[in-house]
Design a protein. Structure first.
Length: 456
């Protein structure tokens, strides 16, 4: 609703409106947080005061209860009158009869029904504490208090804070209005200059602003543009031609991994999308993750890791048929789309060949390196989306890793369910460790003949 009005404002007024809006929101947040914090502080002070007074009462009425001196107990409770927040305090014996009480200046006793009604009140603060004498509970001390004092203090605080925030807002508005002139006047001047040049095509005009900030740089840029407009047009044409050539090269590089020269993740996504869109009768997606690759990186360095990835890509290409395609999709992960198979047994043979090939030693800078690979396999079926197919293969691959690595697994709902329970168990165990929820029990081994403990 305010957008059309805001769009018609000059930049000076827009800056002022935005600054005031940000300031208003900040002040509102500060006001709310300050009032809430102060309110909680006042409540905490009241609770501490009440607990301290209850402790004092508890220490002084034990003997009066023991000797059934209700008058002495009532006099002790009368000391609570100095705290105006306390509405009433009373002592109830174990048989639910009131022993003594204080009621906002009126000392009186109540019957059993009245005591029950008092204890069921929900407004204000309601505290109770057992009165113990020699380890035995003789009675219970009840204290009911109100928030009148807290509310009165917070109202004064909120009014003072509101006045300070309002004053700060008006002061900031006055300062912002003056400061905005310094920022916006050069911009308005440049806007007027550009408008005149565009309207009258008078390219002899120049900006006379020479400052070291962004406005000065803009002024110099406008002057330079006017001096070299023809040359800039020529350079623009040349740059556009060069950009077309570069974009063609980038388009080619976008589909090839620079390290292994294999198709990359971008090419993999488009290829898989094409395969699923063509509704192939049957093909398989293999997701490969190199085992112990991080050890090679940490031990021999990243250059050795890059060489290892290149050699792995070469081995994978030698294993596969012409109809099959291998991709490097990132890090130490590869993907293979197998089309030239019709039965699972053929896929298993390919996986065995892959595992055997990757398990053979690699020579990196004259040193032998041994790794393995875990393979997850998912079969494309009608109605299966590209994302689900990748997900299924990933689930199977991680299950292969958890099964001991250097092996392969076919995706199934049972595998996904088992993987889910495995991850959930791992998460639950980690949470239990953080929350210290484990309990250690020792099970003794007892000799049934001698009844002697022989171990645990």
């Amino acid at each position: 609703m305010l957008k059309p009005y805001f769009s018609k404002l000059v930049i000076r007024d827009k800056l002022l409106v935005m600054q005031l809006a940000v300031l208003a929101v900040a002040m509102l947040i500060v006001f709310i947080i300050s009032v809430a914090y102060q309110y909680l502080s006042y409540q905490r002070e009241l609770m501490q005061d009440l607990n301290a007074q209850m402790t004092l009462i508890e220490d002084n009425v034990g003997s009066a209860i023991a000797f059934e001196d209700s008058k002495a107990a009532a006099e002790t409770l009368q000391s609570l009158s100095i705290n105006r927040s306390i509405d009433q305090a009373y002592i109830v014996l174990k048989n639910q009869t009131q022993f003594a009480g204080y009621y906002a200046g009126n000392h009186q006793y109540r019957n059993d029904k009245a005591v029950k009604a008092i204890t069921q009140r929900k407004s204000g603060i309601h505290l109770n504490r057992p009165i113990m004498v020699n380890g035995q509970q003789l009675a219970t001390l009840y204290v009911d208090a109100n928030f009148d004092k807290v509310n009165a203090r917070i109202q004064v605080f909120a009014f003072a804070l509101f006045f300070a925030v309002t004053f700060a807002t008006f002061f900031a508005r006055a300062m912002s209005k003056r400061l905005n002139r310094v920022l916006t006047e050069p911009i308005l001047y440049l806007e007027s200059l550009v408008t005149n040049i565009t309207k009258f095509h008078n390219y002899k005009q120049r900006s006379n602003i020479h400052s070291a900030d962004e406005v000065g740089a803009l002024s110099e840029g406008i002057n330079s543009m006017l001096d070299n407009i023809k040359m800039r047009d020529d350079k623009l044409v040349e740059e556009l031609k060069h950009r077309i050539v570069v974009e063609k090269k980038l388009d080619q590089l976008a589909y090839v991994d620079s390290q292994t020269k294999l198709p990359n993740r971008h090419a993999f996504t488009e290829y898989l999308n094409k395969c699923t869109g063509e509704h192939q009768a049957c093909f398989y997606l293999l997701m490969l993750d190199l085992d112990f690759f991080k050890v090679v990186n940490d031990t021999h360095g990243h250059e050795a890791g890059d060489q290892l990835l290149t050699q792995c890509g070469q081995r994978l290409r030698r294993i596969l048929n012409g109809d099959d395609t291998v991709f490097r999709i990132g890090g130490d992960e590869f993907a293979i789309v197998i089309k030239a198979v019709n039965v699972i047994y053929d896929v298993e043979k390919i996986c065995h060949r892959i595992i055997h090939s990757i398990s053979q030693k690699f020579m990196i800078d004259g040193q032998e390196v041994h790794i393995g690979t875990s393979i997850g396999i998912a079969q494309f079926t009608s109605g299966c989306s590209e994302s689900n197919l990748i997900k299924y293969a990933d689930v199977a691959m991680y299950w292969a890793k958890s099964a001991g690595k250097n092996t392969f697994k076919f995706y199934s709902e049972e595998v996904e369910q088992a993987n889910y329970h495995h991850q959930k168990l791992t998460t639950d165990l980690q949470t239990a460790l953080k929350l210290n929820q484990f309990e250690l029990y020792y099970q003794p081994i007892v000799n049934v003949q001698t009844s002697a403990i022989e171990g645990f």
